[in-house]
Design a protein around this ligand. Structure first.
Ligand SMILES: NC(=O)c1ccc[n+]([C@@H]2O[C@H](COP(=O)([O-])OP(=O)(O)OC[C@H]3O[C@@H](n4cnc5c(N)ncnc54)[C@H](O)[C@@H]3O)[C@@H](O)[C@H]2O)c1
Length: 350
């Protein structure tokens, strides 16, 4: 099967690839780091039977220009972001997606953000490296005793121990998980492993499906009221837009932390900002924003009780291996006449 691979490719997956085809070439984003433009793609796609893409725009034009295409693989969670699935379906071409390719990466990042903000890791790291607020000061030396032991920074009320310590342990606390899909499940698993009580709100998952993380199915209001740490990981649907609303944020404990590594649309950012600025909640971690890149001077940039990352939760290097593994095993199932797990347009199989 003549194959074009424009996705990033991990050589460890060569055997798997060659179990499907030995006739393949690499080009585009996976080679150059730059998306192949549509006019070039229209040329390149001629004669190709299996396309393994990632970020290239596989538009209707490209699909119409394809004269031999039998299968499209998109190494993203959301294939529709790059592939015109309707156009592929019209031509009877199955489109596979790499569901969950970065579920572990995002889950780890989610927990990392919560730890950073609740333990003031980012703030104190910043103060130490980029200011002299913690280094250019002298504390009471306790009658010379500190100079002898040097085992503590200082117990002065103005010293870091008093100012930036005192964050909560996660162990024994309540973790609220909104959305229990590919990523939410990995986040909840880690919260469980940290010894937390896990509350889960996902109307599409039954209690039995939550038992393995010792999760307790609950309603959103209860979750917002009772949790010490809350993570939102639902996908964007008409039912989830603004789901973490001003009213929901108002239910949070003043000691609670919130993290969004899903999409900006699920959260009322103005309401979160107000809650953080007025210290009605303890802190937050954010990886996604209503406008990306987050504009210079954005109001969140001036808050001390928030840790921000520039939409990189899902960017771990390991996903390059995962994405090929997930999609090509699915393609093999399809070729063997079995039901694939992550086909975007199952109607093509009818
Ligand atoms: N920050 C990043 O780098 C990054 C990377 C990958 C994915 N994401 C985002 O993470 C989110 C989750 O991705 P995923 O792969 O886990 O998706 P998924 O489709 O596997 O899971 C989404 C879950 O949300 C649940 N859900 C739907 N409606 C709901 C509602 N009203 N209330 C509560 N739960 C509801 C679904 O039942 C499902 O279990 C997506 O928005 C995705 O775009 C972010």
């Amino acid at each position: 099967m003549k194959t074009l691979i424009t996705a990033r490719f991990d050589k460890s997956q060569t055997e798997l690839l060659e179990s499907i085809t030995k006739d393949y070439e690499f080009a585009g984003y996976g080679v150059t780091g730059i998306k192949m433009p549509v006019p070039e793609m229209k040329e390149k796609i001629r004669g190709i039977e299996l396309l393994i893409s990632e970020f290239e725009d596989i538009t209707r034009e490209v699909i119409e220009a394809a004269d031999a295409l039998k299968i499209i693989v998109c190494c993203r969670n959301e294939a529709f972001a790059s592939i015109d699935i309707e156009a592929a379906t019209e031509k009877g071409i199955p489109v596979f997606r790499a569901a969950g390719r970065n579920a572990i990466a995002v889950a780890e990042h989610t927990i990392a953000l919560l730890m950073c903000v609740s333990k003031n890791i980012s703030l104190t790291d910043h103060l130490l490296k980029y200011t002299d607020q913690l280094t250019g000061v002298h504390y009471n030396d306790d009658g010379g005793k500190r100079a002898e032991t040097m085992s503590e920074w200082s117990m002065d009320p103005t010293a870091p121990f008093a100012l930036y310590g005192g964050g909560p342990e996660m162990f024994g606390k309540t973790f609220g998980q909104i959305g229990f899909g590919m990523i939410g499940r990995e986040v909840a698993k880690r919260a469980d492993a940290l010894g937390m009580k896990v509350l889960i709100y996902d109307p599409f998952v039954e209690q039995a499906g939550m038992d393995y993380v010792h999760g307790q199915k609950t309603d959103l209001e209860t979750l917002m009221k009772e949790s010490d740490f809350i993570s939102v990981n639902c996908n964007v649907t008409p039912g989830t837009i603004g789901i973490v609303s001003r009213e929901m944020i108002a239910l949070m404990k003043p000691t609670a932390y919130f993290v969004n590594t899903a999409r900006a649309k699920v959260l009322d950012y103005d309401a979160l900002y107000d809650a953080l600025a007025e210290k009605r909640i303890a802190g937050a971690g954010l990886d996604v924003y209503p406008v990306e890149p987050i504009p210079a001077g954005d109001k969140f940039l001036s808050l001390r009780n928030v840790v921000l990352t520039p939409h990189l939760a899902g960017s771990a290097r390991d996903i390059v291996g995962h994405q090929i593994d997930i999609t090509l095993h699915d393609v093999k199932k399809y070729l063997a006449g079995e039901k694939p797990a992550f086909l975007c347009n199952p109607e093509v199989m009818k």
